[in-house]
Design a protein. Structure first.
Ligand code: SAH
Length: 386
């Protein structure tokens, strides 16, 4: 475990690792205090689960491309809350292979005379590089985000990249020609391989496409999902809803224990991946619905369908009243709430705990060492059903 602090020279400029001034033990303590402060009144908080080696855990790495004042091509991250690129060649939390590939691409575009994109003039070509790496499969996807579709010397560029990094398993061109702070545009063109990577998690295989959400820390994700299953304690005839299901990971893992599982997700690409993942793992008792989770819950509650366990994993903004009110109508025996933002978690749990639900367990998991973020799983049970 590390005891040194401030190891990264870019600590202040980058702003990505807000807690790097603390030792890892102190970071865990800090996160524990944050969760206890917000959630402690509902229940005792279990000790946070940290990482043995809290470095290079990020399996998804993004770099913006541009030029510095001397007109040299640079790649790196945007300085927090600005649009200025801080050049990064290696980062303590990112996958090391991904960082290496990004440096190679930067050198290659120079020799190929490919221009980085300029956000001000909306000219140039390469905007971002996104790399996703399967931790257990070793598969690597490189996404070249470009400001226009026409890619001159495409073939020789790809060949040059592959000859330097034969470990790359697929290359995708994503076109983003809009004035936007979003990294990815809508159109993907597969240039090499099959446009996705596979990853193994909790004994299942998952497909990851360029756009769909996938947890960024594979080691801790397995721990998180196992805890969620332990909390859910699904019985063999149970109907389970996996709300905000992404590519279906939690629902697929839950399907082994359940009668029937329904996954609900808003992102079309993620739902496609989820359906593909269920097939890939030969799972028959799961279905996926592309919808706003709140609307789905309202309709399910109206239709009189029941649910025994609801697992919910919303984005940072948390859930909404539509969802929570319908959850109360559905009245599942157990609710397992996975959250990456303890503030919205507190707000939502407060509402449920005033309405027939009691918090039984709170487990923080450190999914994002060196950053201020903390993940939490909360088990709630229905007062009339337990
Ligand atoms: N459970 C998944 C994904 C969690 S991330 C996993 O562990 O991998 C949260 C997911 O919620 C994202 O995939 C996002 O696309 C989805 N989402 C965001 N708003 C939503 C909404 N209103 N309804 C349904 N899904 C939503």
């Amino acid at each position: 475990m590390m005891n040194k602090t401030n190891q990264c020279p870019l600590y202040k400029k980058c702003g990505g690792c807000q807690l790097q001034n603390l030792t890892y033990e102190k970071q865990l303590l800090f996160k524990m205090k944050k969760v206890v402060g917000l959630m402690g009144k509902f229940h005792r908080v279990e000790k946070i689960i940290g990482m043995k080696n809290p470095y290079h855990y990020r399996n998804k790495v993004q770099a913006a491309f541009g030029r510095d004042r001397q007109n040299r091509i640079i790649s790196g991250v945007y300085q927090s809350s600005t649009h200025k690129i801080v050049p990064v060649d290696n980062c303590l939390i990112e996958d090391e292979k991904a960082d290496e590939i990004i440096v190679t691409i930067r050198k290659l575009i120079k020799s190929f005379k490919i221009k980085p994109f300029d956000d001000n003039t909306m000219t140039g070509f390469l905007r971002h590089v996104l790399i996703k790496r399967g931790f257990s499969s070793g598969e690597i996807m490189v996404v070249l985000v470009t400001g226009s579709e026409q890619f001159k010397s495409k073939r020789s560029f790809i060949n040059a990249l592959l000859s330097r990094h034969p470990e790359i398993t697929t290359i995708v061109q994503n076109i983003n020609n809009k004035r936007t702070s979003l990294v990815l545009g809508d159109k993907n063109i597969t240039l090499y391989g099959d446009g996705v990577i596979k990853e193994r998690l909790c004994g299942y295989t998952f497909t990851i496409s360029p756009k769909a959400f996938y947890q960024i820390n594979p080691i801790q994700t397995e721990i998180l999902y196992k805890k969620a299953m332990e909390f859910a304690d699904i019985q063999k005839d149970d109907t389970v809803i996996d709300a905000y299901c992404g590519t279906g990971t939690i629902g697929i893992i839950a399907s082994k224990y359940a009668g029937q599982v329904t996954g609900v997700e808003l992102n079309k690409d993620a739902v496609k991946d989820a359906i593909r993942n269920a097939k890939l793992n030969n799972i028959k008792n799961i279905n996926f619905i592309c919808a706003d989770a709140g609307r789905y819950m309202v309709e399910t509650a109206k239709s009189g369908i029941s649910a025994d366990v609801v697992i919910m994993d919303p984005p940072r903004a948390g859930s909404d009243m539509k969802f929570l009110k319908s959850l109360l109508k559905l009245a599942p025996r157990k609710v397992v709430y996975i959250s990456c933002n303890p503030e919205t978690l507190k707000r939502d749990v407060m509402f449920l705990s005033k309405n027939n639900y009691k918090v039984r367990k709170i487990q923080p998991v450190d999914m994002f060492p060196h950053t201020e973020h903390v993940e939490c799983i909360v088990l709630m049970s229905h007062l009339g059903k337990n």
